[in-house]
Design a protein around this ligand. Sequence first.
Ligand code: HEM
Ligand code: HEM
Length: 168
Amino acid sequence: MSLGKNSANYSKTAKLIHWGFVILFVYGIAKQVDDINQLEDVMFFRFEIIFAIIFFILLIIRFIYMKKTQKTSIPDDTPKLQKIASKFVHNGMYILLAGTVLSGLLIGLLFWLGIKEGYFLDFIVNVHELIINLLYWFIGIHIIAAIYHRLKKDGVWSSMVPFLKEKK
Ligand code: HEM
Ligand code: HEM
């Protein structure tokens, strides 16, 4: 079987970024805004905005690093449709992660401008929630795909996941 460039491994940096982001994302969900009125609290508001901006900058750094230096571990002889599906889900997660932060920042901007209720704000909040729910679906599919590759023992799982590694 011909294997991809890093079927043996993603770089240490790539793994650190991937798993660091999982932690950052779980934290972001855990501290989510439960009620829009929480944004009235200046300290809370400031923290939320700073967190979102840092998250966005890290996401861009991740995207550039991954696209410039790393390659998927999917074996070359994988069916074309599966390769396309993989790209779609990976890029989709990037778009949805960016969409979550940017729609969140837009809510923040509206709030800061004094638009604290009304049709437009409700609409953006709904978009924010829709994007997050889509993201959950994509992450779910991503994890199922990772498990599928673990069962297939084609090296994809072990190239990124530090536990339950396949034996060589
Ligand atoms: C917040 C949750 C997660 C997100 C947003 C995420 C996102 C991504 C992205 C975008 C990639 C493509 C490489 C890159 O650009 O970094 C990737 C690769 C990968 N992820 Fe995740 N991931 C998450 C959680 C997980 C979990 C929980 C597992 C395993 C149980 C996993 C296993 C993998 C594997 C095996 C690859 C390599 C795929 C390949 O080489 O084509 N990921 N992940
Ligand atoms: C990385 C950044 C962010 C993450 C991960 C995140 C995550 C979430 C999650 C998980 C929800 C609940 C969605 C649902 O119930 O379906 C939510 C709702 C919400 N978020 Fe964010 N968010 C982020 C940034 C922001 C920012 C910067 C703001 C505004 C300053 C914001 C304002 C809101 C509001 C107003 C809601 C709706 C609360 C309600 O149900 O009334 N978010 N966010």
